[in-house]
Design a protein around this ligand. Structure first.
Ligand SMILES: Nc1nc2c(c(=O)[nH]1)N[C@H]1C(S)=C(S)[C@@H](COP(=O)(O)OP(=O)(O)OC[C@H]3O[C@@H](n4cnc5c(=O)[nH]c(N)nc54)[C@H](O)[C@@H]3O)O[C@H]1N2
Ligand SMILES: Nc1nc2c(c(=O)[nH]1)N[C@H]1C(S)=C(S)[C@@H](COP(=O)(O)OP(=O)(O)OC[C@H]3O[C@@H](n4cnc5c(=O)[nH]c(N)nc54)[C@H](O)[C@@H]3O)O[C@H]1N2
Ligand code: SF4
Ligand SMILES: [Mo]
Length: 688
């Protein structure tokens, strides 16, 4: 008899958290459709979500642990034996070198919810501070920027906005749920401004589209702020009562005249005027968002701080249609930093990027590579990695490969044998999102969701991995729960809700309606209105000044991107990498035949005049090189409007055309240490 069920759960093919109805027959997912009742996607699915059945049932999925033998080939072994051997080797390395000679790394495959905290908990429990993740190339830079200004991670209130400004982000492709909200706002009349070097899907829908030179957004933001101040289109009441640093901001803004901004950014004064006209009409309901276009630049943190200060000057913070400052569910945390900070063991990167470490407790993946190679200031010999594929996704792949091959022990946990997995000593098969119980939340909606173990192939979850290692390595007391479910009950305890509450609301458990203007209520109760050192929105950050490192300015100064300083005739083109494509997610899903068929290889987007000068036609084979590496790929000649002259773009995640062979890991933001993945100097040669 077939055993059939339909479960309401959450898609995890990307981070959007769409609700799905998963049809399961005999312990196998056979069909996935959108959950019409889900408060986020309301039944809609993207092509990745609907292709998940193919991915989850893929013949290449691994179900047995693999161990590399002396000939460099993988052999299947039993899970218990693999775990015993891995734990044994990790302990040996700690004994031979030092407790901090091992590290853990979680990737975007498990996002940044509770699985991340489990990784942090485990590595600290066994005495090493070295926790790494994709977040030293994603999100942490934006987190720092917003946190420095508002003391929280805000959300744009797109549905109620009167004006939406999107900087270096392309929601129709990368954030489908935000696009739905942007659409709602626009239906009600919101003006949409898009600032991007490329004429993207969202740019095509904008009321005002601004094409900008890579890495120069902060100069434009300063030009806009100067004009807002000059025309007195600012919210004096909010600025006087709820911000610090306005006088410093005003003084610094003065230099950003139309002429200067044009010279730096290529954006004309009349466009600044149009934007400020729109702000004048829309304030205080202006919401802005900055994406990886700003984050992957050397001035990333300061650019994003400057951009969000436009919303602050217009008084749009914690106001309807502006930047929301939501509250969380109030769950327990799994990290043990208070109990075991381990700072004396020198977390990798904490000295060089103290702001990143203090605010995110994030070690630096780029510095990790150098440290593995040089063994300075101390050796790192063992790494446990889950849900990450840095050979394709970290800057400077050649260096990543060199470093990972020097390790005494590399363990990779994944659903498939990835490019990084191929380098591992052990590969542990991963449970998917239909095979574990996990809590997620959407902060803009103040809603929580839970997944479940709806399929059981006996695959090890992340909890079982870390508990298994901790039990064997003598820190089992930190993993006292039997399974994910018990962890979740413990996490929820202080909220007064239970797993059952979330399970009975599978389409979204709303834990509180958003309240606007909380800062005013707090102020009248004598509390700090914002969670910053001054208790106010910080247009000037004394905290950064006290850090005293070059580039850590009190106000978010504009600095030229490095390519402007090092004019390089050998590498005349400026490469942007990693523009998202709908069907793929970083290194994932190239193994889904229906997606791969229509997009089988990487390509370099080029301006038609640049292509013409090089004698290159659409689909021609080309060789591209930067000072750190080269590869062969295909040319895609764009319409002249779609990309700036001299700028080219290549998406990451293709194994053959791995664009991170060209990205450098040593040109970074001084605050976050993020690599300039979107300003790489390259040359292009036609292959005959
Ligand atoms: N389908 C799909 N969706 C995804 C992902 C995926 O891989 N695939 N990845 C997810 C993840 S982890 C993340 S972090 C998000 C990222 O989400 P986004 O940041 O929205 O990513 P993109 O859609 O690539 O948009 C970045 C844009 O920045 C532009 N840009 C580059 N340099 C500059 C610059 O200097 N200034 C300006 N103004 N623009 C610039 C690029 O042209 C590009 O259009 O996407 C998430 N969503
Ligand atoms: N050049 C360039 N490089 C970039 C970027 C760019 O814009 N340009 N963007 C950067 C950004 S923003 C990010 S976030 C990173 C992401 O980089 P990574 O962290 O490497 O993320 P992914 O490639 O999405 O996923 C890694 C692996 O997770 C596995 N996986 C999926 N689900 C699960 C699961 O449930 N459990 C386990 N254990 N594994 C699972 C997948 O099979 C996949 O192999 O890439 C960065 N790299
Ligand atoms: S946007 Fe697509 S991949 Fe992402 S959660 Fe929704 S359906 Fe899944
Ligand atoms: Mo990301």
């Amino acid at each position: 008899m077939t055993n059939k069920k339909v479960v309401k759960t959450t898609c995890r093919m990307c981070g959007t958290l769409c609700g799905i109805d998963a049809h399961i027959e005999n312990n196998k997912v056979v069909h996935i459709e959108g959950n019409k009742d889900n408060i986020l996607n309301k039944g809609r699915l993207c092509i990745k979500g609907s292709s998940a059945v193919t991915w989850l049932n893929h013949p290449d999925r691994i179900y047995k642990p693999l161990k590399k033998n002396d000939q460099g080939e993988f052999e299947e072994i039993e899970l218990e034996q693999a775990m015993d051997e891995i734990a044994e080797k990790l302990m040996e390395l700690q004994k031979k070198y030092a407790p901090n000679a091992i590290g853990v790394w979680k990737g975007e495959g498990i996002d940044f919810a509770q699985q991340e905290e489990l990784a942090r908990r485990w590595i600290h429990s066994v005495g090493s501070p070295n926790y790494f993740s994709n977040d030293t190339q994603c999100f942490a830079s934006r987190y720092l920027s917003f946190n420095l200004v508002y003391g929280c991670w805000p959300q744009a209130d797109y549905e109620n906005s009167k004006m939406i400004i999107n900087w270096g982000t392309n929601a129709p492709v990368s954030h489908s749920y935000w696009m739905q909200q942007i659409n709602e706002g626009r239906e009600k009349g919101a003006t949409l401004v898009v600032i991007d070097t490329r004429y993207t899907d969202i740019a095509r829908q904008a009321d005002i589209y601004i094409q900008i030179k890579p890495g120069t957004d902060a100069a434009l933001a300063w030009g806009i702020m100067r004009e807002m101040i000059r025309r007195d289109e600012i919210d004096h009441e909010f600025i006087d009562n709820f911000t610090v640093g306005f006088e410093q901001l005003k003084a610094y803004a003065e230099q950003f005249t139309f002429e200067k901004v044009y010279e730096i950014t290529g954006v004309q004064g009349k466009d600044i005027t149009r934007i400020v006209d729109a702000i004048a009409k829309a304030r205080p309901s202006v919401s802005s968002w900055a994406g990886t276009g700003l984050e992957h630049q050397t001035n990333g943190v300061n650019s994003i701080r400057a951009v969000t200060m436009i919303d602050a000057l217009s008084g749009s913070v914690d106001r309807k249609g502006g930047m929301k400052t939501p509250k969380g569910l109030g769950m327990r945390g799994l990290t043990i930093y208070d109990e075991k900070p381990l700072l004396e063991l020198k977390p990798v990167g904490a000295d060089r990027y103290p702001v990143l470490y203090e605010r995110r407790q994030e070690c630096h993946t780029l510095m990790l590579m150098d440290q593995i190679i040089s063994e300075k200031p101390y050796p790192i010999k063992g790494l446990v990695m889950t849900a990450a594929n840095p050979v394709l996704t970290n800057a400077n792949s050649n260096k990543v490969e060199e470093a990972l091959s020097k390790l005494d022990l590399l363990v990779v946990k994944d659903l498939f044998i990835t490019e990084t997995g191929k380098m591992a000593d052990y590969i542990l098969p991963a449970a998917s999102y239909l095979e574990r119980e996990e809590i997620f939340s959407n902060s803009a909606k103040q809603a929580a969701f839970i997944t479940g173990k709806y399929i059981d192939n006996g695959l090890q979850t992340e909890y079982e991995l870390f508990k298994g290692l901790a039990d064997r390595m003598g820190s089992g007391e930190y993993f006292q729960w039997k399974n994910d479910h018990e962890v979740n009950e413990w996490l929820l305890e202080p909220t007064g809700y239970t797993v059952a509450d979330l399970k009975t609301n599978p389409s979204g458990f709303i834990f509180g309606e958003y309240e606007y203007e909380k800062h005013r209520v707090k102020a009248s109760n004598g509390e700090k209105p914002f969670n910053t050192p001054s208790g106010k929105v910080e247009l000037f950050s004394q905290y950064l000044v006290e850090k005293g490192i070059k580039g850590l300015d009190g106000i978010p100064e504009y600095h030229d991107p490095s390519y402007m300083e090092t004019k390089n005739t050998e590498y005349p083109f400026l490469l942007i990498t990693g523009a998202r494509v709908q069907k793929y997610f970083h290194g994932r899903y190239r193994n889904i035949p229906q997606l791969y068929k229509s997009d089988p290889h990487g390509y370099l987007e080029m301006h038609p005049e640049d292509a013409k000068e090089l004698g290159v036609n659409n689909n021609d084979r080309i060789k591209i090189s930067s000072r750190v590496g080269s590869l062969e790929t295909y040319a895609r000649v764009m319409h002249e409007k779609e990309i700036m002259r001299g700028v080219v773009q290549h998406t990451h995640g293709y194994a053959k055309e791995n664009i991170n062979r060209l990205t450098y890991d040593d040109v970074t933001d001084p605050i976050s240490g993020f690599p300039a993945l979107k300003s790489v100097q390259i040359k292009i040669e036609k292959i005959d």
